[in-house]
Ligand binder design. Structure first.
Ligand code: ASP
Length: 321
């Protein structure tokens, strides 16, 4: 097994979670991503940095933004990118997760980007392979590149993260995005809140370093950032909200509730959005307040930065010691 890469700006072999990453490593990703934002706005977006490298996307769960932005990120850095269609692969024939990963590893893939419905499944694979592994979302655990792109969006909009009041609102119980964001925003000095009906607020969530609210207006009062989250119905066992209509009435972000936040507060959402469920359509499309499209743009840049940093570590590990 190849070790982490001490001395590098991002001294880790894999990106599996935000929890445990220190501010210098987080800032190294954000600072590098800033340069990729500019490159992506040029007519010539392509570089040869990862020429000869192979990136494989292995998504066991549905995805639009994350999978395509990893594909674009890899291609813009010159890597060969393969998207494995899990439903038509041998996974459908009953091959185990580890066997699938070991098969791909034997093909000398450099970076595996994995999304899986089970929390911990991506780490299980990372422990077995030689390549770098990026967690593109594992169950309700973490979605590290989403938190990094959210932080980049916030930092570019407001100029800072430290001291900001950030409310994560909606289905906190099942959201890997909320978990990664709580860790990252805390590490960079923000004051984090979570807002949800009691049925969607995990017990002892405050231990992660946030304040919990079960009232939307109180939860977003005075906040600089309001992050909305989708109801993760695919992870719910039984009805945890009385009805969609009721949920929207009490927890959906509309202008009336938004009035409790700071006048210049920005609105975020990782997507996919369910309009009229967790967010009102007009609020989502408000060009002055909503930065949802910017988040998508930042996603490509952040993923380029992650690929860049992790493959530098592969090179460092390839050198004889
Ligand atoms: N796209 C995000 C995720 O995969 C958020 C969501 O699905 O609601 O976790």
């Amino acid at each position: 097994m190849v070790a982490d890469a001490p001395g590098s700006a991002f001294p880790h072999r894999h990106l599996l979670a935000i929890e445990g990453l220190h501010p210098p490593a987080l800032l190294a990703v954000l600072d590098l991503a800033d340069t990729y934002v500019e490159q992506n706005r040029d007519a010539d977006k392509k570089r040869a940095l990862l020429r000869g490298r192979t990136l494989m996307n292995l998504f066991f769960e549905a995805s639009t933004r994350t999978r395509t932005s990893f594909e674009l990120a890899g291609k813009r850095l010159g890597a060969d990118v393969i998207n494995m269609a899990v439903s038509t692969s041998s996974v459908a024939k009953g091959e185990t997760l580890i066997d699938t990963a070991m098969t791909l590893n034997a093909m000398q893939v450099d970076v595996l980007v994995i999304r899986h419905a089970e929390s911990g499944a991506v780490k299980l694979i990372a422990d077995k392979v030689n390549c770098a592994v990026i967690n593109a979302g594992d169950g309700t655990h973490e979605h590290p590149t989403q938190a990094l792109l959210d932080a980049l969006t916030i930092r570019r909009r407001t100029g800072r993260i430290s001291g900001l009041r950030v409310a994560n609102c909606g289905d906190i119980a099942h959201s890997r995005v909320a978990r990664s964001n709580i860790h990252l925003l805390n590490a960079l000095g923000a004051r984090v809140r979570v807002v949800a009906p009691r049925t969607l607020l995990p017990a002892a969530i405050e231990r992660l370093g946030c304040e919990a609210f079960d009232d939307m207006r109180a939860g977003i009062e005075g906040c600089d950032i309001v992050m909305m989250l989708r109801l993760q119905t695919e992870r719910m066992h039984g009805a945890l909200v009385p009805s969609i209509r009721e949920f929207f009435r009490f927890f959906g972000l509309d202008y009336a509730k938004l009035a409790a936040a700071r006048a210049e507060a920005i609105i975020m959402h990782p997507g996919p959005m369910n309009r009229g469920v967790e967010i009102d359509s007009e609020v989502a499309d408000d060009i002055h307040r909503s930065v949802i499209r910017e988040q998508v743009e930042m996603g490509v840049a952040v993923r380029m930065a992650c690929l860049d940093l992790l493959t530098r570590n592969l090179l460092a590990n390839a050198r004889p010691s």
